[in-house]
Design a protein around this ligand. Structure first.
Ligand code: ATP
Ligand code: MG
Length: 451
């Protein structure tokens, strides 16, 4: 328990008994309960941890149920025949349940990164196993560091997480600057959870984020990309954007907006306003997708929407009167700039980069054709026709700031789906494998490109 000594206010855990918290056993996923019970029966401790406890406490359905135990990965693996050890940075065990669910079980870790006398290495590895209090202290936010224990139905709180949940506060555990140095991604996590919950970010956490966001550049690009997609798909991207702008973290992720955020191309709303409109539209679509009402936007579609205001300012896309070779030239310029300023720093796949360029470079001709109400046959035959049409319609809504009811979004999706059969006929040359991007019948269509 030596690690706890670094945190004078958390020497003893606060135990919150069943009569003082809202979590009930029946709220917990059956498979998670099965895994916890089996660990307990084998003589190990097991706890529900992280976002699962936080969300249950707040009365929200958790996205996943993570479990921590004092059993080592090899011991967990032996206990669950249908499981696999994964992870290089952190080894954990995935238990594959009959229902098809995957429950992640991790071994309690030590707080070696908190070692005050240790070197200030950014992203210091933390793979040593530890005890409950240490595992709590090495987590990111106080509200994410709670343990729920099944047998006694209690919450164990070493960091003041329950207080922060009650006071609607987002707080990094320990000294924010030090914890951010150890893993800069924690700044993104603080902002994400503030955006999702509507909580206020505590002063020291906020100040450390404002002062240190440039350190995100020390993180591996793939990690930044994964964290960014969690923000964009979570349904609170618009609120996330406001926090990211105020802290200026946004400019570390999107340096191409640094000098143009308040520019307004052709007397349109400023880039900031356009991005706000775009992201609130994205939130609406994501929420509908979460309720199974429509399919998710593809990653390339989302990123192309995010880059649209920049492309408008830089190339005046909507007012370009170009065709043929000029579109090719525009694609080349877009590809170069997007690779340089955006795609390489996020380590985006080549296919995603190409789809972003296709959506943006074709916008000028869609503006022209839709304005003249002419959709030439050759264009309709293109594999990208429906994606670009949807991109055009969403971009128009977003740029004009026109509010969209859930119904109007449904209509938009329906229009595209209704158009589909005509456009989706296979051309003579199309190979058997290729299928339409917006097939209403197959998974991965509508908003998604081909899988
Ligand atoms: P979500 O609802 O998005 O799943 P979550 O808090 O459960 O939110 P996960 O990415 O599933 O997020 O992480 C699970 C837990 O792991 C977190 O609640 C937190 O305790 C811990 N964690 C995740 N990332 C970090 C990090 N960078 N530093 C410290 N702890 C982390
Ligand atoms: Mg989680």
């Amino acid at each position: 328990m030596t690690g706890v000594l670094h945190f004078p206010d958390s020497e003893l855990p606060r135990i919150i008994t069943a009569d003082s918290h809202p979590i009930r056993r029946k709220m917990i996923d059956k498979d998670a309960v099965f895994v916890m019970r089996k660990l307990n029966q084998a003589g190990f401790a097991s706890y529900l941890v992280g976002g699962g406890v936080r969300d249950l406490y707040l009365g929200k359905p958790p996205k996943d149920f993570d479990i921590s135990t004092d059993a080592r990965p090899g011991q967990i693996r032996k206990l669950f025949p249908n499981s696999a050890i994964i992870g290089r940075r952190f080894r954990l065990v995935q238990v594959f349940c009959k229902s098809g669910k995957v429950i992640e079980v991790s071994t309690l870790r030590s707080l070696s990164e908190h070692d005050l006398d240790g070197p200030e290495a950014i992203l210091a590895p933390n793979n040593t196993y530890g005890q409950l209090p240490e595992d709590a202290q090495r987590r990111d936010l106080t509200i994410n560091s709670l343990f729920y224990e099944l047998e006694n139905n209690t919450i164990i709180d070493y960091t003041g997480g329950v207080n922060d949940l009650d006071r609607s506060t987002i707080r990094i555990i320990g000294e924010p600057e030090k914890r951010i140095n150890r893993d800069p991604v924690r700044m993104m996590r603080a902002i994400r959870h503030a955006a999702r919950t509507g909580f206020t970010i505590e002063k020291a956490t906020w100040q450390a984020t404002c002062d240190n966001h440039h350190k995100l550049l020390y993180c591996p690009p793939s990690r930044l990309r994964d964290e960014l997609f969690k923000d964009l798909y979570g349904g609170s991207a618009c609120r996330w954007f406001n926090f990211a702008i105020e802290s200026e973290l946004f400019f570390t992720l999107f340096p191409l907006y640094r000098t143009i955020l308040f520019s307004s191309p052709n007397n349109q709303p400023t880039c900031r306003e356009q991005l706000q409109h775009l992201l609130s539209l994205v939130d609406q679509i994501n929420r509908q997708a979460q309720n199974g009402k429509c399919r998710k936007l593809s990653q390339s579609f989302l990123l192309a929407l995010l880059l649209l205001p920049w492309a408008e300012v830089t190339y005046e896309l909507s007012s370009l009167k170009i065709k043929g070779g000029a579109i090719y030239q525009l694609s080349k310029k877009l590809r170069y700039n997007i690779d340089e300023l955006f795609a390489i720093p996020f380590n985006l796949r080549k296919s995603i980069r190409q789809e972003i360029v296709t959506l943006l470079a074709n916008l000028p001709q869609f503006v022209r054709f839709v304005q003249n109400d002419t959709h030439p046959k050759w264009l309709k035959k293109k594999s990208y026709y429906l994606q670009c049409l949807l991109f055009f319609r969403l971009s128009q809504k977003a740029i004009s700031g026109e509010s969209s009811s859930a119904e109007s979004l449904d209509n938009l999706v329906d229009t595209i789906s209704a158009d589909s059969p005509r456009h989706l006929k296979k051309s003579k040359h199309s190979k058997k494998k290729s299928r339409p991007a917006f097939s209403p019948k197959k998974k991965g269509g509508i908003f998604g490109f081909r899988k």
